[in-house]
Design a protein around this ligand. Structure first.
Ligand code: G
Ligand code: MN
Length: 392
């Protein structure tokens, strides 16, 4: 907006850090925090979207080195309750390729007695990602010093498959764009699952960003996703608030049983993938005797608990179970049954999201409240606290 004013604020050290927790979905433990730097004029906070565009490489470097010691001191203050916590900083690749960047960074770490293994650099390719060779060399050197490298916003315009192939990275952060709207577009869970399997193949940890609702959190947990970040866990907050939040945080272990339709969708994804894996290898799988019983699987248990077996998707689920061990005999019918369950779940999830939108009463554009809606398509709703409500 006002480059001159922003430059002046930067020079005057008017920088504050906000911190957003990153949670291990399987254990529920907080494993890291991402630093989100902001400028302030003393009265209001200027968000990055306003000051980052147009900032030159010098200014970006100064921003990082102003926010770094603040972040490291908060990390030290969190050590009492969270000794293993990592801290992530967003670094532009052009900054990283500045002469003596590494020397300067390591000096700051040494001054604050920070173990380099606790620090993550989140790299987002920008227009100026000049030399891939140089970037690769620099990232490898930084990793040798103990730092970990995350490829940020993967799936957005700039972070491509080629970068994942060519750069030495230890963490993949899936862009919010694939996640925020999952209740509107549940089929995008396919991308999350694919990214998870790619990350495993690359031996990188996956962090899914933009997790805005408990239903999304639930779906990711059921799918066995490693880590998540987003408003459903916590919003970015000042250092003091973070320390208090961490001290009060109660870890929730991911459950195998879905607690939302979106998570049932995710669970079905896993089951179908597992069946296909069996189909594509020579071993004839042995199913247990009760596999055709729609009440034995995790989805069925969720439908039991909410009395959802007689809905469209409940019937589709029963039909899929009746064919589940028949993929060798009748692959077409098997495919059709698997797809039909997705389709009917998708419709119900969309209807649920639309119902929530109609009763939406302001606030964050993406943090949609889910309110009871009486009507045909809506089978049940989850409150923010995870309890269920059925239309009366
Ligand atoms: O590019 P990067 O992933 O570093 O961007 C993080 C930005 O996303 C921050 O500005 C942060 O405030 C914002 N953010 C964090 N969690 C969520 C979320 O759940 N939903 C939305 N819409 N934005 C989020
Ligand atoms: Mn980031």
């Amino acid at each position: 907006m006002e480059p001159a004013r922003n430059a002046a604020l930067l020079t005057a050290g008017q920088i504050i850090n906000h911190y957003q927790p990153i949670v291990d979905l399987q254990t529920g433990q907080v494993i890291g925090v991402e630093v989100l730097a902001r400028l302030t004029d003393g009265k209001q906070i200027i968000p990055p979207a306003q000051f980052l565009p147009g900032m030159g490489v010098r200014a970006l470097e100064e921003l990082l080195f102003a926010s770094l010691p603040l972040g490291l001191s908060v990390l030290a203050a969190c050590a009492a309750t969270h000794p293993e916590l990592t801290i992530s900083f967003n670094v532009s690749p052009t900054v990283m390729l500045q002469p003596r960047f590494q020397e300067r960074l390591l000096r700051v770490l040494a001054q604050s007695r920070t173990d380099a293994r606790r620090v993550v650099l989140e790299v987002l390719e920008d227009d100026d990602f000049l030399s891939l060779d140089m970037a690769r060399t620099q990232l490898a050197l930084l990793h040798e010093c103990g730092l970990r490298i995350a490829l940020d916003d993967v799936g957005s315009g700039y972070s491509s498959l080629a970068r994942m192939r060519d750069l030495p990275i230890q963490i993949i952060k899936l862009d919010q764009g694939f996640v925020r709207d999952l209740q509107r577009q549940p089929e995008h869970l396919q991308f999350v699952a694919a990214m998870q399997s790619l990350a495993r193949g690359l031996r990188a940890d996956l962090v899914v960003e933009g997790v805005e609702t408990t239903a999304i959190l639930d779906a990711l947990g059921v799918m066995g996703i490693g880590a998540a970040q987003g408003y459903a866990i916590a919003r970015p907050m000042p250092g003091k608030a973070l320390i208090a939040w961490l001290a009060g945080h109660q870890p929730h272990r991911a459950e195998r049983r879905p607690n939302s339709l979106l998570a049932a969708y995710g669970a079905h994804l896993g089951i179908v993938e597992a069946c296909r894996a069996l189909m594509n290898q020579p071993l004839r799988a042995c199913w247990s005797d009760d596999v055709r019983d729609p009440h034995v699987c995790a989805i069925g248990q969720f439908f039991d608990a909410r009395q959802l077996h007689d809905s469209d998707f409940g019937n589709a689920h029963k039909h899929f179970h009746s064919l589940i061990d028949r993929y060798h005999d009748d692959p077409k019918a098997w495919e059709a049954a698997a797809n039909n369950l997705w389709r009917s779940l998708q419709e119900a999830i969309r209807a649920e999201a639309e119902g929530a939108d109609q009763t939406h009463v302001g606030g964050e554009p993406h943090a949609r409240r889910r309110q009871p809606k009486t009507g045909r398509a809506l089978m049940y709703l989850m409150n923010g606290n995870g309890s269920s409500q059925r239309p009366s």
